[in-house]
Design a protein around this ligand. Structure first.
Ligand code: NAD
Length: 301
């Protein structure tokens, strides 16, 4: 089976590498040429363009930043739908608006192609370890075709419902993640302003009712957890601008369906301020810095 993998960034590269290591023929394309070298280093193939990757492939996987990148890659003249062989299965793993997913899937279906939305959770660590969670929208038969590939990249594969349903779950999940990150950072800052060590605070809260994924594997305070991006200058990981995009998707989606997301909207604004202060490329745990050092000179360090 030949696979085209388009978008070899923080997530796409390790996912494509896992497929190549599992013995699949993977032709990768990214706008940044260096990413293709890293895929070639584990037996993948470099493609000169998205069209070249797609030609002759049985399955096309995309892992791109946002709705507009996915729409421009698939739709219109010169889009990948123009170059795919009959019977090709498309899997979009990017996090995009549910409406955009349905639009691209409808365009694929109109050309006779099967397509599923399969956004992921688990971060770059999960992408490297092949332990991602996939949230899939689309027909069950198409998920069955994709499953042998998804199993090489992830551990939990959920069929959320019809086209766009994977993206709906992903938007809900990431709104909650943004809220948990901001809330955890705020709680750590409060404890530290009382003179507490962040390691002590984290250890106790991780075994108490405030426990959550951020405290368990992604602590935003530098030095608490060696494996978290906070301990390497907030490099790599999940970018502030990607979290800002996802919180924007949640707010937009809430407007379109008439739901109220007051906490999600507040946290979106925090990430917006943080991005505008020049932090868009840092890991999203850097919101810890926005919440600031202690300003009370009478308190302990
Ligand atoms: P990234 O910015 O590291 O990677 C995106 C890659 O796409 C870049 O290498 C870029 O050069 C490439 N690209 C952009 N336009 C392209 C085009 N037209 N053709 C080919 N390549 C193109 O982003 P990422 O962290 O890998 O995230 C990708 C998607 O996965 C996003 O939708 C994000 O929200 C989602 N996601 C990320 C994480 C995470 O922890 N980083 C976790 C879950 C989901």
């Amino acid at each position: 089976m030949k696979i085209a993998f388009i978008g070899l960034g923080n997530m796409g590269l390790p996912m494509a590498q896992n497929l190549a290591r599992a013995g699949f023929a993977v032709a990768g394309f990214d706008l940044a040429a260096g990413q293709m070298d890293a895929l070639a280093a584990v037996g993948g193939e470099r493609a000169d363009s998205a069209a070249a990757a797609v030609a002759g492939s049985d399955v096309v996987i995309t892992m791109l930043p946002a709705s507009r990148h996915v729409e421009s890659t698939y739709l219109g003249e010169g889009g990948v739908l123009d170059y795919a062989a009959p019977g090709t299965l498309f899997i979009d793993c990017s996090t995009i608006a549910p409406d955009a997913a349905r639009k691209v899937e409808a365009a694929a279906a109109a050309r006779g192609f099967a397509m599923i939305d399969a956004p992921v959770s688990g971060g770059t660590g999960g992408a490297q370890a092949g332990t991602l969670t996939f949230m899939v929208g689309g027909a069950a038969a198409d998920l069955d075709r994709a499953r042998p590939l998804l199993e090489k990249m992830g551990r939990n594969i959920f069929h959320a419902g019809g086209s766009g349903a994977g993206q709906t779950v992903k938007v809900c999940n990431n709104m909650l993640l943004g809220i948990l990150m901001a809330g955890t950072a705020e709680a750590l800052r409060l404890g530290m302003a009382n003179g507490m060590a962040p390691t002590v605070l984290s250890e106790i809260m991780a075994k108490s009712s405030g426990r959550n994924w951020v405290l368990e594997v992604y602590n935003p305070c530098p030095g608490v957890m060696d494996s978290a991006p906070s301990s390497r200058g907030y490099r790599g990981g999940f970018g502030v601008d990607l979290m800002l995009k996802d919180l924007g998707l949640a707010v937009e989606n809430a407007l379109s369906v008439g739901a109220s997301v007051p906490v999600g909207a507040l946290v979106r604004n925090l990430y917006d301020l943080h991005s505008k202060a020049g932090n868009g490329g840092l890991d999203f745990g850097s919101i810890f810095n926005l919440l600031g050092a202690n300003s009370n000179s009478n308190a302990h360090a």
